[in-house]
Every structure is written in structure tokens, then in C-alpha cells.
Design a protein around this ligand. Structure first.
Ligand code: NAD
Ligand code: WQD
Length: 336
């Protein structure tokens, strides 16, 4: 089976390529390298023993996609490519809508031209907006609170419409909670350009001495210790979820939506403590005001993914933190 992975040199994409290659799939990546580097493929090859093909291109370029589908007999597509910074999306909404929706439109059109109807799409827990309660299940009301989140919601609606129009489509929309960690080898991980926005990459750069102190955004949230609670899920578990989703799509047409999370929420202070425990590194922090747009608490109900995909998040906090730290140390000395 040959899988086209858009955004395959990025954080979740590169881990998914490792998972797919390790399970005998062939992988072709299309990525414009806007937020990733081609050099990750040397490391993907080192850990999996196989090297995916990379086509450096924008997914919105239909002619390039046609060239890929003509050259490769693609069986299914995993669509990771997109922009993902919430704050940036507020500043640059047109860029976000153009990229995140335009890429899906171009991809689905060209897939249909080539009779490829199996698609796994990267959605996000952000589509639940401010959930009324936890755990959050797939049937909760959907509401985006920023252009990034709206781009995910619109994509989900487009994909539902697509299936209504043509029942040959097999589509899985995976709503990730908070992806963290790195490949257990320590050779592949998240490589944010500039100062990270997300908690775990920031925290690990503080531990490495690259940033001086972690700002904890508020200790007055209605949570047990007052800091925000999230469902952190190991990126290798997410990668495995994509493989399971592909297997599911092999069996049935339809549009399927799954939460991918651990069903367990941890606070910011718990994450700092877990990181310090797993790595032995101190993480200096200070409490500051709340970050605009944040929510108090969010964690998944993931029983649908368990029942229908046979997927559960196998890795705990310890592995998330120690794998992330291994990658931090490796990338500081080896990755350009
Ligand atoms: P990432 O930025 O590491 O990877 C995305 C990749 O897509 C990058 O390599 C980038 O160069 C590429 N890309 C972007 N636009 C492109 C285009 N038009 N054409 C070709 N390539 C393009 O991000 P990630 O964390 O791996 O996220 C992957 C997907 O998962 C995204 O769609 C993101 O919105 C979604 N997601 C991420 C998170 C998270 O916290 N990381 C959470 C939920 C959902
Ligand atoms: C986690 C917790 C912060 C940084 C974001 C997107 C979401 C999804 C995943 C793509 C919160 C606190 C953070 C810091 C802190 N991405 N924090 N100091 O906001 O849950 O989700 O990434 O789909 O759409 O919104 O993740 O890692 O930014 O924050 O105290 O320097 O850590 O307030 O409670 P978030 P995060």
C-alpha cells in the first residue's frame, strides 16, 4: 500500500511516516517545507530503515498533485499539511483560510480525479471551542474561537459534504488533543522555529537553558491547582492512531470522527513536576496573567477510537517527558 502524506516532514507527519514505514507501507510526502526541514528524512530513514520519497511542493498546486498521482499509485492520503498557530491565525486569517482550506480543496479534487477516495484528515480538539463539560466526546457541540479553529471546522464540514455528494469516499477526521513528546530514539521531534507557543516545547527549552523561565498563564482557573488542564498525548501514539484509521478506512466507506487523547487531564504545574521527575532537570517558572483565548480544562473521551479503531494511547507522562528531553538534547547538538 502506498500512502501520500501531506505535511509529512512536520512534527506529527514525520512520526506517522516512521509508523507507516515500520508497518510495511510505502510513503510519498508532499510538503513545502514552510515549517519543517527535509533533513528530517535522514533521521526517519535512520530509525525506520526506509526513506520516504519527498516532493517539495505546496499542496494547493493541483498540477504538482496530478504529477504525484500519475507517477505513484497512491492508495490513500493522510492530510497533515496546514498552518497551526492560533495566535498567528488571528493576525493573518486570510493566509490561514487560504492554506488550510485551499489545500484540502485541491487535494480532494485531485484525489477524485485519480479515483483515490481514502483520506485521513488532521483535525483538532480546538473544534470544541470552550467545552461545557469534560470529558469531551465527539458529539459535543462544535464552535471555533479563532481562524485556525474555524479552518479546521470548515474542513470537517467540507469533508462531510463530500461524502454526501459521493459515497465512495472513506474519510477519517482525527481530533487530536495536545500532541507532545518525541520519537523514543530522540532523533525525531517537534522543531519549532522561533520561540515556541505551546507548553511542552517551551518548558523543555527552559530546562535546556535556551529560555530563562517558563511563564505559567494563570493560577486562578477553576481547576484543582488553578492552572490550565489539558490532555497531553504522545506523538507516537497519535502516529499509531493514523495507521489504525487507515486500516478502518480499508473496511468501510463513510465519514468517521475520532478523538485521539488519553482521557486524562494534567495541569501545567503537574506537567512541570512530571518533566522534572522524568529528566532530573529543574524548570524555573513564574505565575503570570491568563493568556487570551485559553480555556480552563479540556480532556477527551476516546472510547470511540478504542471501540472502532482498537486505538488507545499507550504512553504515559513519563515517556512523553523523557522522550521530549532526549530529543531536546539531540536536536540542540545535531539538527540544523
Ligand atoms: P507542523 O507544522 O509540524 O507540520 C505541518 C507541515 O505542513 C509542515 O511540514 C509544513 O511545512 C507543511 N505545510 C503547511 N502548509 C503546506 C502547504 N500548503 N503545502 C505543503 N505543505 C504544507 O504541524 P504538526 O504539529 O505536525 O501538525 C500537523 C497537522 O495536525 C496540522 O494540520 C495541524 O493543524 C494539526 N494539529 C496539530 C496539533 C498540534 O498541537 N501540533 C494539534 C491538533 C491538530
Ligand atoms: C497548554 C496549557 C496554557 C504555554 C494549542 C492550540 C490547539 C492545539 C494544541 C492545534 C494551557 C499553558 C502554555 C506557556 C503556559 N493545536 N501554557 N505557559 O492552548 O491547549 O492548545 O495547541 O490544533 O488548537 O490552541 O496548548 O501547549 O499552548 O497550552 O502556562 O508558555 O499550558 O495556558 O493551559 P493549548 P498549549
Amino acid at each position: 500500500m502506498k500512502i501520500l502524506v501531506t505535511g509529512g516532514t512536520g512534527f506529527i507527519g514525520s512520526h506517522t511516516c516512521v509508523e507507516l514505514l515500520g508497518s510495511g507501507y510505502e510513503v510519498v510526502i508532499v510538503d513545502n517545507l514552510l515549517n519543517s526541514k527535509a533533513s528530517v528524512l535522514d533521521r526517519v530513514a535512520a530509525v525506520s530503515g526506509k526513506r520516504p520519497v519527498l516532493v517539495k511542493a505546496d499542496v494547493r498546486t493541483r498540477e504538482t498533485l496530478r504529477g504525484i498521482f500519475t507517477e505513484h499509485k497512491v492508495d490513500a492520503v493522510i492530510h497533515f499539511a496546514g498552518l497551526k498557530s492560533v495566535g498567528e491565525s488571528v493576525q493573518k486569517p486570510l493566509q490561514y483560510y487560504d492554506n488550510n482550506i485551499g489545500s484540502t480543496l485541491a487535494l480532494c479534487q485531485v484525489m477524485a480525479e485519480f479515483d483515490v477516495f481514502k483520506l485521513v484528515f488532521s483535525s483538532s480538539a480546538t473544534v470544541y471551542g470552550v467545552p461545557a463539560s469534560v470529558p469531551v466526546s465527539e458529539d459535543f457541540p462544535l464552535k471555533a474561537t479563532n481562524p485556525y479553529g474555524r479552518s479546521k471546522l470548515i474542513n470537517e464540514e467540507i469533508l462531510r459534504d463530500l461524502f454526501v455528494s459521493d459515497e465512495r469516499w472513506h474519510i477519517a477526521m482525527l481530533r487530536y488533543f495536545n500532541p507532545v513528546g518525541a520519537h523514543e530514539s530522540g532523533m525525531i521531534g517537534e522543531d519549532p522555529s522561533g520561540v515556541p507557543n505551546n507548553l511542552m516545547p517551551y518548558l523543555s527549552q527552559v530546562a535546556a537553558g535556551k529560555l530563562s523561565v517558563l511563564s505559567v498563564y494563570g493560577n486562578d482557573w477553576p481547576t484543582p491547582d488553578g492552572t490550565g488542564v489539558r490532555d497531553y498525548v504522545h506523538v507516537s501514539d497519535l502516529a499509531n492512531g493514523h495507521k489504525k484509521a487507515l486500516e478502518k478506512l480499508g473496511q468501510a466507506a463513510g465519514v468517521f470522527t475520532y478523538n485521539l487523547g488519553t482521557e486524562r487531564g494534567y495541569s501545567v504545574l503537574e506537567m512541570i513536576a512530571a518533566f522534572e521527575r522524568a529528566t532530573g532537570q529543574p524548570v524555573p517558572y513564574r505565575i503570570v496573567g491568563r493568556r487570551e483565548g485559553d480555556i480552563a480544562i479540556c480532556y477527551a473521551k476516546a472510547s470511540l477510537a478504542k471501540a472502532e479503531l482498537g486505538w488507545v494511547a499507550a504512553r504515559g507522562l513519563d515517556e512523553m517527558c523523557s522522550d521530549l528531553w532526549r530529543w531536546q538534547q539531540y536536536s540542540d547538538k545535531s539538527v540544523q
